[in-house]
Design a protein. Structure first.
Length: 203
């Protein structure tokens, strides 16, 4: 088996990183909408191309990161980006899987930022089990959304969504969430309010 550190990253790091950065920004600017990420040449086993791409594009030597339950990703990202691996509380970026039974505990251990430096908050990338369905039982409301936008629960535990709804009142503190399936990413920034409702009209 090839060591994760020896797997190839982007074929054209500059162009791919810029495209990935734009996709992530668009995902956060338009919450709940899908955006395609450029794939790396290779990725660690069990790690989707979009998850690897976000790490390759957005980490550098000054960006501490944390990985939970995505075997091989940490070594791959350290090798390609030089980023330091850290504990949860110090991580600017964290990566995990929807299969993580301790997902809410992971969130509780990440940084929410501070009133002086809200940008110091962590961003969590969650690799999903399946492609999100269009629309869904939750409504998203806030910047980047005209009216309300339906959103799926993504197969994630209800406890995560309860936690996320309670955190909205702490804005501008909070954790930005990115959801990845294969080569697509969806964003849920801390500025977005989640409304529980039976039906929601997509915008």
């Amino acid at each position: 088996m090839t060591s994760p550190a020896l797997l190839a990253g982007f074929a054209d790091p500059s162009a791919a990183s810029q495209a990935c950065f734009r996709a992530v920004l668009s995902a956060l600017a338009e919450p709940g909408t899908a955006h395609r990420l450029p794939p790396p040449q290779e990725r660690p086993a069990g790690c989707m191309s979009g998850t690897a791409s976000i790490g390759l594009a957005l980490l550098d030597t000054s960006t501490p990161f944390y990985v939970s339950q995505l075997e091989g990703l940490a070594g791959y990202l350290r090798f390609h980006t030089g980023a330091p691996e850290s504990e949860q509380a110090e991580a600017q970026w964290a990566f995990t899987s929807a299969d993580n039974q301790g997902l809410v505990d992971l969130l509780l251990g990440l940084s929410l930022g501070s009133l002086e430096y809200p940008e110091a908050a962590s961003t969590l990338v969650i690799q999903l089990r399946q492609h999100p369905q269009a629309g869904g039982p939750m409504g998203l409301q806030g910047p980047g959304i005209q009216g309300r936008r339906g959103f799926s629960t993504l197969g994630l535990p209800e406890a995560l969504w309860v936690w996320r709804r309670t955190q909205r009142s702490r804005y501008p503190l909070g954790i930005d969430l990115l959801f990845v399936f294969e080569d697509e990413v969806w964003g849920l920034p801390r500025s977005t309010e989640i409304l529980q409702e039976d039906a929601c009209t997509s915008q």
